[in-house]
Design a protein around this ligand. Sequence first.
Ligand SMILES: C[S@@+](CC[C@H](N)C(=O)[O-])C[C@H]1O[C@@H](n2cnc3c(N)ncnc32)[C@H](O)[C@@H]1O
Length: 321
Amino acid sequence: MPDPTPRPAGSSGLSKEIPMSAEQFRKLRDIIYQRAGITFTESKKYVLESRLCRRLQELEIDDYDQYIAFLSTGPYQGDEFNELFNKITINETSFFRNPPQLDAFEKETLAGLLAARASHKRLRVWSAACSSGEEPYTLAMQVHRTLGLRLGDWKIEILGTDISERVLEIAQGGRYTDYAMRGLPPLVQQRYFRKDGHEWVIDPAVAALVRFEELNLKDRLAIKRLGQFDVIFCRNVMIYFDDPMRKQLVSMFHEALAADGTLYIGHSETLRDLGVPFAQVGPATAFSYRKLARAGSGEAPLGAGTAPGAPTPARPGSKAA
Ligand SMILES: C[S@@+](CC[C@H](N)C(=O)[O-])C[C@H]1O[C@@H](n2cnc3c(N)ncnc32)[C@H](O)[C@@H]1O
């Protein structure tokens, strides 16, 4: 078998197309699904082919069987998965993406939680699949401006996770291009960013509220280790998962949320038919779901403003998912 050890990127000068057979596509598709839960249907073969072709060229591998062998065995397996996910994931995101949803977060969920947590003053928010950090930094700006001078009294943790190392590096750097500033309200930009050359640097006071971690949403143990959150944002990633993966993930979110916790999902995603107890709350444009207790769990859901442990009356206007 030819030596599949990778060589330095860009050393080959190769630019030819590398055809992927139907069989090779199926093998790669299965590997990607098993590892990350991301589905590629037959009609998306060309997408995988065009994204991976560059990677094979970087490695100076000229057929997919060799690449599959490299990915499936040997000492570089883990590293190569990172490279693979860097190539195949779609990382489109922006600051203040979907404003009606973020308004609901700030005015309803956050305001309610600050009242409910007033005695112990701790708040944990998870931006699951955060891409290059715009989503968790947006949430941090909202928490920062809502708490104002009270911020120092609170212990706030906003965790951003993603499977792709490449986007997490950008997130951790906290430096963004003009393009990333698109749609950002000018006052927010002035207040929370500083221009440095061609880049915009996030305010250190906001950055201090956020931390980033590499995490694969397929990895149940890794999710369990994160502990409990008051709010989870998981937007625009479940569209790449099939129903069993979505169900597994939403069940994990249910477990990871506090009894009065809220889950925000993307505008083209749904929790319907997953059988996990959540109730839609707020306006339809908020795509926000309040955790309900599992039948027979003995766990009582809490209402905003209620002391932990106290039962809550059903929230008006909430619909079971
Ligand atoms: C379209 S972006 C969404 C970013 C942000 N949540 C938003 O809505 O603006 C999707 C992100 O999901 C990440 N992703 C895909 N599969 C994943 C998995 N199995 N575990 C963790 N992150 C994953 C990708 O790397 C990508 O950054």
